[in-house]
Ligand binder design. Structure first.
Ligand code: GUN
Ligand code: FE
Length: 455
């Protein structure tokens, strides 16, 4: 049973695109959910919270000056087994990069000792960086994927876990033998996770056809059917790199576009996460909008493997849901602050190249992509992503005071907007004092994650 708490202090969030709220707040959390929220701090709001029938036994946590609450980051695209490669391997384009660096590493996850070591590190590192909810690709192995799910559950990170489905155009030692065996292995993971978290509240399986080139038509079909039958979300890659798009055109000559391949096999649903989407045509964007699928913008990875620059404004203008992903290890770090910075700079570079300043994403839009936007894309917009009565308490306590010993230098004349921006552009994990997921304090500099040993 989690403790009931009344949180008091500055609260910053982006409940909708373009809306940045910075307010003093009194927030009552009962059994992981926000049951009371007053957007001010007075003796009266604290008295009201304490007299709330669900908060009778609540303790009160009051933030210090230069601390604030912020929603936990939501990373909608990250490859857990690629973490050991984060920070190197930027010499080749996507398809060569998969062959040279990625498949050899991922294939080693048949070894569960390796999986335990790497997955423990990924989860604790992302938590320390403030990621409270991640949508993970694992390798193609069901046992290691089950281990990742169990570790997320035990360490308290909200997560989608997808075992890669891939039965073609991959090295023989890292390729599934048939669509049937791929789905069978997916079913093993889903059964395991149904026992671990039957309501899929903290951890949920996600059907993960790696990308069109690594799936036969029969496997794409089977993945679409499997997701529909089990009411599961779906994640994959789309339109990331020119060479990849040409390959898809060759492999699927009957389909109008990359998007049409996925649409044909019923893989575009309101709970589908499409990573990258750098080169989507207008018609593809319209199909994605009509299916209510979402995009995971991965600007760090797009820059590192020189894939291109996605025009997020174009997607948002069309009404498509957009979120942010680190895409480790295409992306060199699982730190969402860096993904936010890269999204900011990419939008500015693109604005300059295309001579259109409207393309620039402002701070509130960037923060939305990293929080509520992610929740929407993962189909959990009513549960997490911002602070509202009825939502789960997935929150960070950000500390920009000198005591945080961080590179964020605040001056007396700085407004809260300036402080927020300084944190985003200069901050690091030292600023993340507490990480709360589902009402539980699980990481942060106030909570020694280093002391937690692998199970
Ligand atoms: N496309 C297919 N697999 C991958 C992957 O692991 N990373 C990236 N960035 N793109 C992919
Ligand atoms: Fe990826």
């Amino acid at each position: 049973m989690v403790e009931d708490i009344i949180f008091v202090g500055k609260l910053i969030h982006t409940p909708s695109l373009g809306t940045l709220e910075i307010e003093d707040a009194t927030v009552g959390v009962h059994q992981s959910k926000i049951v009371f929220l007053a957007k001010s701090v007075t003796d009266e709001t604290i008295r009201l919270a304490k007299s709330h029938h669900l908060l009778k036994n609540a303790r009160v946590q009051i933030l210090k000056p230069l601390q604030f609450f912020f929603p936990g980051f939501i990373d909608t695209h990250i490859h857990a087994p690629q973490y050991p490669n984060a920070g190197f391997g930027i010499d080749v384009p996507l398809l060569k990069w998969l062959e040279k660096y990625t498949f050899p590493l991922e294939s080693s996850f048949r070894n569960l000792d390796k999986a335990l070591e790497v997955y423990y590190r990924v989860i604790t590192r992302t938590l320390a960086y403030g990621t409270t909810f991640a949508s993970y690709f694992s390798s193609l192995h069901a046992p290691a994927s089950a281990l990742l799910a169990e570790l997320c559950f035990l360490l308290g990170q909200r997560a989608y876990i997808g075992k890669c489905n891939m039965d073609t155009l991959s090295p023989p030692h890292y390729c599934e033998k048939s669509p049937e065996s791929s789905i069978e292995a997916t079913n093993v993971l889903v059964s395991f996770m149904s026992k671990l978290d039957p309501e899929r509240k903290m951890v949920s399986p996600i059907v993960t056809p790696r990308f069109a080139p690594s799936c036969t038509k029969d496997l794409l079909q089977a993945c679409g059917n499997f997701a529909a039958a089990h009411d599961l979300p779906i994640q994959t890659h789309i339109s990331e790199n020119r060479g990849e798009i040409a390959l898809v055109r060759d492999l699927f000559p009957d389909r109008k576009s990359y998007t049409d391949v996925y649409d044909h096999y019923r893989l575009l649903t309101p709970k589908t996460v499409l990573a990258h989407g750098v080169y989507l045509e207008d018609e593809e964007i319209e199909t994605i909008l009509n299916r209510q699928s979402g995009i995971s913008h991965c600007p760090t990875s797009n820059a590192v493997i020189a894939s291109g620059m996605a025009n997020v404004r174009r997607l948002l203008d069309a009404g498509v849901k957009v979120s942010l992903g680190t895409d480790v290890s295409g992306g060199y770090t699982p730190n969402m602050l860096i993904a936010i910075r890269q999204a900011a700079l990419t939008s500015r570079s693109l604005a300059s190249v295309l001579k259109d300043t409207r393309i620039i994403l402002d701070l509130s839009e960037l923060l939305y992509l990293a929080t509520q936007g992610g929740a929407e894309v993962l189909g959990r917009g009513a549960e997490v992503g911002s602070f509202e009565e009825g939502k789960n308490w997935d929150a960070l306590v950000i500390d920009v005071s000198p005591q945080s010993n961080s590179p964020v230098d605040v001056y007396e004349h700085d407004s809260w907007e300036h402080i927020l921006s300084k944190w985003i552009f200069n901050g690091d994990d030292r600023n993340i004092a507490q990480v709360w997921v589902n009402g539980k304090l699980i990481a942060g500099t106030d909570c020694k994650v280093e002391d937690m040993s692998p199970i």
